[in-house]
Design a protein around this ligand. Structure first.
Ligand code: ADP
Ligand code: MG
Length: 573
């Protein structure tokens, strides 16, 4: 075999596979170039999900005509003055790969004009460069990319629907916009304006992108450890999502999806968030460029910290401090969360006679003296889950079974299962009872169109809504079973889930996932105090419900401790 150098076009097409795997990557690379060029305003237009056309215009420094040809050459970059700088990178780009890669697999036109100069343009189609020619255009740079992957049809097959590609591209843009609040961003999709962000403060931009309700429900994070600074907003424990999609992590102004930082978030929230739920956060880390290697991933969305463990530890403790403080001071009830280690027993009243002579020497003081349940009549045999004795930690129901065993019920999980079963039953029989909202609610959110598209399916579940402009839905009715939950968090979760398991999933499974989501939001939360009557009602309903022993997520809804378990726990057997 002979060793040959790859022809330039082939090399570029291979590199393109890593750098521009989909329209979102094209948008990311071009917008990063605009940011590196000092742009104050960046305009992005997408057509056909960006597969047909991506246009990025900026008002940055521009490229001199003499350098246009070099700009589209592989490994040509203006951003690495010296070799030594490779480990201390202050710009978003530095590999000199984006423009040649895009030019290798699409039709690229680069038009640029520097201050006081004339505009010039160069085109690259499937790797073939045209000559530089005079053009017209405002100061700054305009890059148009047509027919992505026309030159590599095999790659085109890996693209998802235009809708999904557009979503991913807009998501990439939103992440960059969050990291660069002083820059204005505009975006349109098939001619329709979908984003318009004026230059703002960091807080203002967070509010613009993550919503005022997030800003209101979040806690400030601020920490400095050595040369590392961490700032931002962390959502309160009650502000949860079905996926980690709204965790925005920015390191030295570069949006990343770094596993180390994601794990830090997970750990920090572990004790205050239900399993399966994800926090929302916008965190900005700054550290000297030499402390972090951004060149470990072709798309530069992951990085390597020199002191990974220290960074992880600092992020966890900064978050914990923010969560601890905020939760301790703000009203815990309003946050739907009872604090990390608050141990409390609430015993159903009335209970005049007690065994509460002295505080229990357990190292904690119950908020009120422990009181015995009022009655001691035998537990009816036909109630296998028994009689409610007390609520523990505002989350679990303690009950006594007819055979004397102790039952511990997870109130949220149990209620969720009941709601799920009933809703599924109603859906099956074709008659979900709906409850019209007094006033139709407008819920603004990213990915609102996902819900609008699924409206006919959702109507079968008793959820009546329709699209309301580009970023909102109008809700008219909800399933009556749910009581009166706030539609906003429910709908956001559903939209995210539709986005995530989207088109691929069979209708029946999507319905089932939607039922589970409805049930989760329509159910009593952990942390809500229940009366004895409510607890007993829940136990009775569980006894009547098939599959009541596990919640919709497969976790058990109750545990039973009888003779044998106690003996084992105490080491008697
Ligand atoms: P990189 O960004 O890694 O340097 P690119 O292929 O993305 O590589 O861009 C090559 C060069 O073209 C950049 O280094 C920069 O000099 C120039 N360039 C690209 N886009 C712009 C822009 N929007 N404004 C000014 N210069 C640009
Ligand atoms: Mg670049």
């Amino acid at each position: 075999m002979t060793i040959r150098l790859l022809p330039n076009t082939t090399a570029n097409r291979i590199a393109a596979g890593e750098v521009v795997e989909r329209p979102a990557a094209v948008v990311k690379e071009l917008v990063e170039n605009a940011l590196d060029a000092g742009a104050r305003r960046i305009r992005v237009a997408l057509e056909d999900g960006g597969i047909g056309r991506v246009l990025v215009e900026d008002d940055g420094c521009g490229i001199p005509p003499a350098e246009l040809e070099l700009a589209v050459e592989r490994h040509a970059t203006s951003k690495l003055p010296e070799e030594a700088m490779l480990f201390a990178i202050g710009t978003l780009g530095f590999r000199g790969e984006a423009l040649p890669s895009i030019g290798a697999v699409a039709r690229l036109t680069l038009t640029s004009r520097i201050a006081g100069g004339e505009a010039h343009a160069i085109a690259v189609e499937g790797g073939r460069k045209s000559a530089v020619q005079p053009a017209s255009g405002a100061p700054g740079t305009r890059v148009e990319v047509l027919d992505l992957f026309f030159a590599t049809p095999a790659r085109r097959k890996f693209l998802r629907t235009p809708r999904a590609e557009a979503d991913a591209a807009l998501d990439a843009l939103r992440r960059l916009a969050l990291a660069w609040p002083e820059v204005g961003f505009e975006a349109s999709l098939d001619g329709r304006r979908v984003l318009n962000l004026d230059p703002a403060s960091r807080e203002g931009r967070i509010r613009d992108l993550l919503g005022a309700d997030f800003a209101a429900a979040s806690l400030p994070v601020r920490a400095a450890v050595g040369t590392l600074s961490i700032e931002g907003l962390a959502g309160g424990p009650a502000f949860t999502r079905a996926t980690a999609a709204e965790q925005h992590l920015v390191v030295n102004r570069r949006p990343v999806r770094d596993p180390l930082l994601r794990a830090a978030l997970r750990v920090a929230y572990r004790e205050v968030m239900m399993p399966g739920r994800h926090p929302v956060a916008a965190l900005f880390l700054e550290l000297p460029p030499g402390e972090v290697d951004v060149n470990v991933h072709p798309m530069k969305t992951e990085l390597r910290f020199r002191e990974g463990n220290a960074v992880r530890g600092a992020v966890i403790s900064a978050l914990r401090r923010a969560l601890g403080q905020g939760v301790g001071e703000a009203s815990p009830a309003s946050m739907g969360y009872a604090g990390p280690a608050r141990l409390s027993f609430s015993v159903p009243p009335p209970a005049p006679r007690g065994f509460s002579e002295a505080p229990l020497p357990l190292g904690f003081a119950p908020p009120r003296p422990m009181e015995a349940p009022s009655v001691a009549a035998p537990v009816p045999e036909d109630h296998p889950l028994g009689r409610a004795l007390a609520q523990v930690l505002d989350t679990y129901i303690l009950a006594e079974a007819p055979d004397g065993a102790l039952i511990l019920v997870d109130q949220h999980a149990a209620h969720e299962r009941l709601t799920h079963e009933r809703l599924a039953e109603e859906v099956k029989s074709g008659g979900v009872r709906t409850q019209a909202l007094l006033l139709p609610a407008v819920v603004e959110m990213p990915r609102a169109h996902r819900l609008a598209e699924a409206a006919p399916e959702l109507a079968k579940l008793g959820l009546e809504l329709e699209g309301f402009g580009p970023g909102a839905v109008l809700v008219r009715a909800m399933p009556a079973l749910l009581g009166n939950p706030d539609p906003a968090p429910l709908l956001r979760d559903m939209a995210e889930e539709l986005e995530e398991n989207g088109e691929g999933l069979a209708l029946a499974m999507r319905l089932d996932a939607a039922i589970a989501r409805l049930a989760c939001h329509g159910s009593i939360r952990a942390g809500r105090r229940l009366t004895t009557a409510e607890m007993d009602a829940l136990l009775r309903a569980m006894e009547r419900t098939p599959r009541a022993a596990t919640c919709s997520h497969g976790r058990p809804t109750f545990l039973k401790f009888g003779q044998a378990e106690f003996a084992r726990l105490f080491g008697r057997s």
